[in-house]
Design a protein around this ligand. Sequence first.
Ligand code: GDP
Length: 195
Amino acid sequence: LFAGQSEFVKGVVAMSGLPPADRIEVCFAGRSNVGKSSLINALTGTKGLARASNTPGRTQEINYFTQGPDLYLVDLPGYGYANAPLKIVEKWQKLLKQYLSGRQTLRRAFVLIDARHGVKAVDDEIMKLLDTSAVTFQCVLTKADKVKAAEREKVLAQVRGALARHPAAFPEIVLTSSEKGDGIPTLRSIIAHLV
Ligand code: GDP
């Protein structure tokens, strides 16, 4: 599945712009700067596929990528910008709600959490939205190379505690480093099993 090329399909700003629901898709959500672009680039083995720098306003769109003929990887806009204008935040939330509750082919959401920071209030909000949308989600810890083992265990415990409060949470947490490649084969395999 991940042997082939990944290609950018389109950026979507409204439900009417979604590509035909003709294949399974998984989506990626996370706070801005969590390492989402780097993770998608690492997963697909395609450098520069997902833009590795996001500025509010420019990337408030849902970006679709193909991975082989049977799968879409869906890059949701990063959230939690300190200075994002309220208008942009509201527009994003509306589209996100519509997307999560209305996309029949969406199999799983991956919620990216920085391995140094754990689950923050904004992450919890997204998880609540996933609960109410009945979209199974799985946590992916990013930048695992930046934390030592003891700190990692602490954050893992915090994340497990947070997940326990969310009925839509899938219990297995995936530790990744896009920099070192850790956890990337595991994540590919998880996604492949969903197709
Ligand atoms: P996005 O805003 O969520 O798309 O985040 P980016 O992918 O642009 O990454 C934000 C910053 O974190 C960049 O400076 C990346 O180089 C860095 N970064 C991303 N993933 C990793 C990782 O696995 N390890 C380390 N050490 N840095 C990372």
